[in-house]
Write a protein that binds this ligand. Structure first.
Ligand code: 13P
Ligand code: SF4
Length: 317
């Protein structure tokens, strides 16, 4: 199925007929982003999912995101065009592993990135996304130990920004972002000396970027560690003509739309998330025609998980 105008018209027609809201993450294929009602980062999409009044949410993103929408809107039908769209980061900690970790630190507060399963969220005190992780951890009593999971690079960023030494970090990673490494970034920064660097905190290269700035290789004010939503805000404000972007390459589409006069280049143009890209034009059409794959979350698990997600949404509101 090619993403033609006829395809887009049919998607819109079917979505109206189902009274469905189409949500798409910033890493989706450009055609899927363009046909959606809302495009955003994981925090923005969670907020929208909690508020929309349609009967259905069709989540063009990965499974944990659709699960989060279901947790927040249990009365709605939530569909994902392909339920096999997982996440290597969410897979890096299981509920049993978290139970064992909590047993080692019984007084600690658990902060989990939303890139986790519903069961892990159910064992969590406060969720966070890359756009509010620092605020969430900063809101916690400084004397309380924090267990931060599952992303080690986002954890290192939060530790740096909050200056806390009582934060314990799980050693998980996203294989797409971890693969954007410091050497690549240093090479690119050297060959584009006037470019801004927009770096997602899940990247293996986030620490190297700050190191480059510390060494004076890149001016400090050109290095920005940002969530995908934060990158869009920064794109509208940057004075730079060129920006090197370290995150999943789907992001370039929204950046180019937000700031058409700026030249956005991927630090690693192979950084494509295979799970995000399982949401194809054909899969979306099938989802709208056949009403699948529906996302279900066990009621007790959802009840517990909702508390941790709602605490996150309340912070910064
Ligand atoms: P954000 O949209 O929160 O920046 O998340 C990035 C990501 O990797 C989602 O899978
Ligand atoms: Fe998961 Fe990484 Fe893909 Fe995001 S980019 S969905 S963190 S595997």
């Amino acid at each position: 199925v090619e993403p033609t105008q006829e395809w887009a018209d049919e998607v819109r027609r079917l979505a109206r007929a189902r009274n469905a809201t189409l949500l798409a993450h910033n890493y989706q294929l450009p055609a899927i982003q363009d046909v959606a009602d809302h495009v955003g980062d994981s925090l923005a999409l969670s907020r929208i999912a909690a508020e929309v009044d349609s009967d259905e949410i069709i989540f063009c993103g990965v499974h944990f995101m659709a699960e989060t929408a279901k947790i927040l809107s249990p009365e709605k039908r939530v569909l994902i065009p392909d339920e096999r769209a997982g996440c290597s980061l969410a897979d890096s900690i299981t509920a049993d592993e978290l139970r064992a970790w909590k047993a080692e630190f019984p007084d600690a507060l658990v902060v989990s990135y939303v890139n986790t399963t519903a069961e892990v969220k159910g064992l969590t005190d406060i969720c966070c996304t890359s756009s509010n992780a620092v605020d969430v951890v900063a809101s916690i009593d400084p004397d309380r130990d924090v267990l931060f999971l599952p992303d080690q690079f986002l954890g290192a960023h939060v530790k740096r920004e909050t200056g806390r030494d009582n934060i314990h970090i799980w050693a998980g990673e996203c294989h797409v972002h971890a693969g954007i490494n410091g050497d690549e970034l240093a090479d690119q920064a050297a060959s584009h000396p006037d470019a801004d660097l927009f770096i997602h905190p899940e990247c293996g290269c986030a620490t190297s970027a700050l190191y480059l700035a510390g060494e004076g290789a890149v001016p400090e004010d050109r290095v920005k560690i940002l969530s995908t939503g934060g990158m869009l805000d920064a794109a509208r404000e940057t004075g730079a003509k060129q920006v090197l972007v370290a995150t999943e390459i789907g992001m370039l589409h929204q950046l180019r739309k937000a700031a058409p006069g700026v030249d956005f280049q991927a630090v690693n143009d192979r950084a494509s998330c295979p799970y995000m890209k399982m949401i194809t034009p054909a899969a979306l059409l099938r989802c709208l025609r056949e009403g699948r794959d529906e996302v279900f979350v066990d009621i007790d698990v959802a009840e517990k998980a909702r508390k941790s997600v709602e605490r996150m949404i309340a912070i910064g509101n």
